[in-house]
Design a protein around this ligand. Sequence first.
Ligand code: RP5
Length: 163
Amino acid sequence: MKKVGIIMGSDSDLPVVEKAIDKLKEYGVPYEVHVYSAHRTPVQAGEFAQNAQEKGFGAIIAAAGKAAHLAGAVAANTTLPVIGIPVKSSTLDGLDALLSTVQMPTGIPVATVAIDGAANAALLAIQILAVSDEALSEKLCRARAAESQKVLEKNAAIEVKFN
Ligand code: RP5
């Protein structure tokens, strides 16, 4: 199976990124985790992206806060799908990171999840790998069905209480 690369701009992003790591573990998807910064270690961030395809990665998740250029800088250096997590790490509540991550110029897409949306970033990466992995795709379907079942049970309890 292809690996998912997870990179973050600072180790201070780890509490958010851990939710993505947990989700990849849950699905048994191999991953690597690194700290590379678009601003503080731009050479290493670029090299990681340039070598990612031949190193067996199938998708890259990039998490950063403030003027968050990491996902965009990575996307500029690979044609692998790049998923950006805007991290809430400043006085602007993550809106700065959201806009910096989502507003990419045409030609260099970044699939941006919600502010601190690390679990969804992992799920999106898993969905990308599942396009060519039937067992993974079935796991995703089972998880969706289980989620639906939970909501149906909550609905039944609410209906009994109020109707
Ligand atoms: C960004 O600046 C990082 O991704 C982090 O969210 C934020 C703050 O970094 P530190 O000053 O905590 O290292 O580049």
